[in-house]
Ligand binder design. Structure first.
Ligand code: NDP
Length: 241
């Protein structure tokens, strides 16, 4: 029986690439999204992957979303906590709303989605949890105190949860992408990208979402079973954690 994977924010960007790569690797995939119905419908039509709309920042909505996935697709064996947002601004100008939106979507979501999933994984003695963190959680990024804090939080979450569940066949790992060519990066001024960001990347280009997706497929596999609590850095040589 094919294992079941849930990818949060799995209908576009890095998450979309992860959903497609897991499907190609033989998993039954469910893709979550927040509100972009058009992108989700297009993704579903193209891939046949069922989509589930719920806000990962809301515990009750996430618990109901996980129950819907488990009812329609099956018990979740692989959870990819990928959904994330930015609300950039210097800290001395940052509003409470900018802070809270990022913490709830990027960090509270780890509790909200993983908590309803973990009991099933423990009962079945198998699980793979991958959290998509960021280079900016490792090194910090000016203008992103909220985002850097949330993404550094991902890494602590992974290290602690990995220890608690290692004896239950469950691995928990973080991936820290550098700059990847998605809509999140398209929001950056192209002149800033060319003049300031690309020169920092020794490989000389943005990463492709598929380059993150392939790493998720490996971590999800049986062969990845001895890798837990780790942080995988995929950033074209920009920063060595
Ligand atoms: P995108 O903005 O392209 O896509 C974000 C996805 O997350 C969408 O599917 C969106 O749903 C979903 N989402 C956002 N908020 C919520 C929510 N509250 N509940 C459920 N789903 C939500 O992002 P990327 O693909 O660029 O980023 C994916 C992850 O990778 C993020 O965690 C990001 O921080 C991280 N990352 C990205 C990097 C990059 O260079 N792009 C670099 C390092 C890390 P909808 O379509 O409905 O809006």
């Amino acid at each position: 029986m094919a294992r079941v994977a849930l990818v949060t924010g799995g209908t576009r960007g890095i998450g979309g690439a992860i959903s497609k790569a897991l499907q190609a690797a033989g998993y039954k995939v469910a893709a979550n999204y927040a509100g972009n119905d058009e992108a989700a419908a297009k993704f579903k039509a193209e891939t046949g992957i069922p989509v589930f709309k719920f806000d990962v920042g809301d515990f009750d909505a996430s618990a109901a979303g996980v129950a819907a996935v488990e009812g329609e697709v099956g018990g979740i064996d692989i959870l990819v906590n990928n959904a994330g947002i930015t609300r950039d601004g210097f800290f001395h100008k940052m509003t409470k709303d900018q802070w809270s939106a990022v913490i709830r979507t990027n960090l509270d979501s780890l509790f909200n989605v993983t908590r309803p999933v973990i009991d099933g994984m423990r009962a079945r003695s198998f699980g793979r949890i991958v959290v998509i963190s960021s280079i900016n959680g490792q090194k910090g990024q000016m203008g992103q105190v909220n985002y850097s804090a949330s993404k550094a939080g991902d890494i602590g979450f992974v290290k602690a949860l990995a220890q608690e569940n290692a004896n239950k066949g469950i691995t928990v790992n973080a991936i820290c992408p550098g700059y990847i060519g998605t809509e999140m990066v398209a929001a950056i001024d192209p002149e800033v990208l060319k003049a300031k960001i690309l020169p920092q990347i020794p490989v000389g280009r943005l990463g492709d979402p598929s380059e993150i997706a392939r790493a998720v497929v490996f971590l999800a596999s049986d062969e990845g079973g001895f890798i837990t609590g780790s942080t995988l850095t995929i950033n074209g040589g920009q920063y060595f954690a």
